[in-house]
Design a binder for this molecule. Structure first.
Ligand code: BG6
Length: 499
């Protein structure tokens, strides 16, 4: 087993492109302040926010202070507040790209060593692209042409999702990154890979011999992956109208969960050993046929007793939009382990409740000896892995009902993370710490992102019809038919409503 990458020991410079944006204020600054407060990163590490705005260090330090206070930092008395103010002044700098184009990046390239000298840093640098997709290419090129892809110490670049809009644009982005950076310098974020329960999929499968020995076509009837959200598009119509659920959720988060559920055991816990298996798995998925895919769009309906508008009535959405807010897929994995076992994936907005789960239904015993106390239609042996919320898992199995007769009933054994470990930490911070440690295990490799786009690209070129579904339901009826055609049914237990 590979030794875990060690914590960073020398102070670094954390450069954020898009430094005045929402991600910086809501996530990055609070995470970096937590690292500092907990002593997780070496004292003296610096932050350089980069953006077009004509700010200076003092003005941006005030912006950062306000954001951190809003996030709850520095609110535990006068000393706590003073510590926070001191940290902002000592740690945070701002560089404007107002000069535009190569002049802006030349100025950045000149400023970085100055900041490093001022803060006493040896030249380890992380560039975080907290930017919309349209800005990725010019920023990568700007950094590369200014000679910033390599520095005196390590240089890493973090790229947010979405990584491309389709296969061709993802390939172009990878080619551009590789023009300047080596692959091991690149960290493509998918925040699902930072979730404890998603990381636990490897442990559940490969640390429990009885699970892994049943994890194949001999014993598994079907696998269902559901990523349900009760929220609608909220205030993100500008982005979502050019994205849709396939790009927003399926190509990345849902497919990452699928890879971890279905991949072969890696030879070790090395980042590349794991990612090799994920890529192999993605490449063994058979091309999707039109009949294997259902797109849906939510109409007005009700969630948790509240009426909610349809997608086309949301602010910023075109009244004739045919963007999909729901996708269901039936996948066939053409390999030795999974031949003949259908994998069903679905994700959607405005479903009754938020729930990300994997349901593995095991084959029914070959001979039905016993009478059941209650009629059932599905095979009772089921492992439900609850990725969020209410993280844990449940195993359903048959029990003899006490009495003379041999009658059985289905019961479940449950495990909840919260009962044992309390609340789970924010996966985003774990991912940031992984970048600082130089551990790419939970990031998406270039060939992996391309393998995933390869699978879904045909659906972008040749879109299936978009079926309506009422908000507060589990999607269009056609999504049920995908399973019924195979003699299966979605497992909806606990999905009927609430959050
Ligand atoms: C984001 C998508 O990547 O993931 C959002 O852009 C979605 O549309 C979100 O709501 C879901 O993340 P989580 O962690 O709440 O399941």
């Amino acid at each position: 087993m590979a030794a875990p990458a060690s914590p960073p020991t020398t102070p670094h410079l954390f450069v954020v492109l898009g430094g005045t944006g929402d991600l910086m204020r809501r996530k990055l600054l609070p995470a970096l302040y937590h690292f500092h407060a907990r002593g997780d990163i070496p004292a003296g590490s610096g932050i350089l926010a980069v953006a077009r705005a004509p700010l200076d260090d003092a003005k941006f330090q005030q912006v950062a202070l306000d954001a951190l206070l809003a996030a709850g930092a520095g609110t535990d008395g006068a000393q706590d507040r003073a510590n926070l103010e001191q940290w902002c002044a000592r740690t945070i700098r701002f560089q404007s790209l107002a000069a535009g184009g190569s002049a802006g990046y030349a100025a950045l390239s000149a400023r970085i060593p100055q900041v490093e000298k001022e803060l006493g840093l040896a030249g380890d640098r992380l560039f975080y692209l907290a930017l919309p997709l349209q800005a990725f290419a010019s920023t990568i090129q700007g950094l590369g042409d200014a000679g910033l892809a390599h520095g005196p110490g390590w240089t890493r670049v973090v790229v947010e999702k979405p990584f491309g809009r389709d296969l061709a644009s993802a390939q172009q982005l990878n080619a551009l990154l590789h023009r300047y950076f080596e692959e091991q310098q690149v960290y493509r974020i998918d925040h699902y890979l930072g979730k404890e329960t998603v990381q636990n999929l490897l442990v559940l499968r490969f640390a429990n011999a009885f699970i892994e020995s049943d994890w194949n076509r001999e014993h598994v009837e079907d696998v269902q992956i559901t990523v349900a959200e009760s929220l609608g598009v909220e205030d993100r119509a500008g982005y979502y109208e050019s994205s849709g659920a396939l790009r927003d959720m399926v190509q990345n988060h849902t497919t990452q969960v699928l890879s971890l559920v279905a991949m072969e055991p890696p030879g070790s816990l090395d980042a590349d050993a794991i990612r090799n298996e994920k890529v192999k798995l993605l490449r063994s998925i058979a091309p999707l046929a039109p009949g294997d895919v259902v797109f849906g769009q939510y109409q007005a309906g009700g969630i948790g007793g509240q009426s909610v508008p349809g997608y086309r009535q949301e602010p910023g959405v075109s009244p004739t939009s045919d963007v999909e807010t729901f996708v269901a897929l039936r996948l066939r994995i053409a390999n030795w382990r999974w031949q003949g076992v259908p994998f069903y994936l679905r994700t959607g907005k405005r479903l009754p409740a938020k729930s990300t789960r994997v349901v593995v239904t095991f084959r029914a015993p070959p001979v039905a000896f016993f009478h059941r106390a209650a009629a059932y239609e599905m095979s009772p042996d089921r492992l439900t892995i609850l990725l969020q919320p209410d993280e844990g898992f449940e195993l359903c199995f048959e029990v003899k009902v006490p009495g003379r007769e041999m009658r059985t009933q289905t019961h479940r054994m449950s495990f909840r993370y919260s009962d044992v470990f309390g609340s789970l930490s924010d996966g985003y911070e774990m991912l940031l710490m992984d970048v600082l440690r130089g551990d790419p295990t939970h990031f998406v490799r270039a060939d992996e992102v391309e393998a995933s786009w390869t699978l879904y690209d045909p659906l972008l070129a040749n879109r299936p019809p978009v079926r309506p579904y009422a908000a507060g339901t589990m999607g269009p009826a056609e999504a049920d038919q995908l399973l019924e055609e195979m003699g299966h049914r979605w497992d909806e237990s606990g999905l009927s409503g609430g959050s």
